[in-house]
Design a binder for this molecule. Sequence first.
Ligand code: NAP
Length: 334
Amino acid sequence: MKKVKAGVIGVRGFTGEVLAGILLNHPNTELVYVTSRVDKPVPLSEIFPYLEKKTRLLCEPFDIQKAVKCDILFLSLPHTVSMEFVPLLLKAGKKAIDLSADYRIKDMNTYYKHYKKQHTDTKNIAKAVYGLCEVYKSKIRNAKLVDPPGCYPTAVLLAVLPLFKENLIKDNTLYIDGKSGISGAGRKAKIEYHFAELQNNAFAYKAFAHQHVPEISQAIKDYAKVGPNIVFCPHVIPAARGILVTVYGQLKKNTDVQGVFKRFYKNKFFVRLRNRLVSLKDTSFTNFCDIGIKQHNKNIIITASIDNLMKGAAGQAVQNMNIMEGFNESQGLV
Ligand SMILES: NC(=O)c1ccc[n+]([C@@H]2O[C@H](COP(=O)([O-])OP(=O)(O)OC[C@H]3O[C@@H](n4cnc5c(N)ncnc54)[C@H](OP(=O)(O)O)[C@@H]3O)[C@@H](O)[C@H]2O)c1
């Protein structure tokens, strides 16, 4: 059986940890290289004790001479950091899947506005394929560099693309409420993320300012050729993981929305259409996106649930790898 040699850069973070777990269990991969900003090599099982007896792999500081033993590398790094690593990997002829937003946004003014840094690897942006597997599978198949959508954009796009593709939305306007568990913010410490602060609390943030709105609009324009008006407000809720989005809008004319979604997601393994509104727990620890639709005449409410660390990050990254390497799309993910 073909085995691909895989590496994870930034393994100590939330998405890196989940990636390591998936890749250690994946029948077609051998996890051969993991990195973090450690002072000296340290067993991965010392960082994550539950991996003892599962792997003897060392977590090391990044070194391109060592990274080249991999066929494919996953970058679990913050935005503005990945772009320092990706050119080195591509130059060495390696495939790369970047979980940061560094290669998602095509307009550099928009990138600068939201990420507060000039992009330093603009020449590779055009090569990057947006890794929304349900939509861009044929492009992903031949890609050397894939940048899967962020966690909110994954849930939102899967919930709205069928509507825009069929040009069904009045004024191309949708109102979207996003709710995320706290692991969406990464492993870093911040007062409002502490257990005692977040327990029994929830807060809205970044209204009209969230970096995922231009990403969502760019993807809708690219795929459905429609300029959308997306009114989005994210919220942090007292959960460790999971994303739930609720989309509100009006149809141009009365349409069977359930039927539209059924046709759109026919044979798309990781999207499950429910006959009810969905919850976080429907998709916890899985790579599925569950969608629930309610319609009252021309008014629609669409709900979508994903696990942010799986379908919203590490799981979707491995789904992309499966497509790039010609494996079954669900290999290692169910
Ligand atoms: N969390 C989610 O739900 C989610 C979903 C979709 C996409 N993403 C994206 O995926 C990426 C990783 O997210 P995460 O949640 O795993 O973040 P995280 O938990 O904060 O982990 C980030 C990793 O990058 C390393 N790192 C930080 N700054 C670095 C630098 N300057 N140079 C080298 N390494 C550095 C970290 O530190 P050490 O080297 O000290 O270990 C850590 O290993 C981010 O771009 C994020 O936006 C996250």
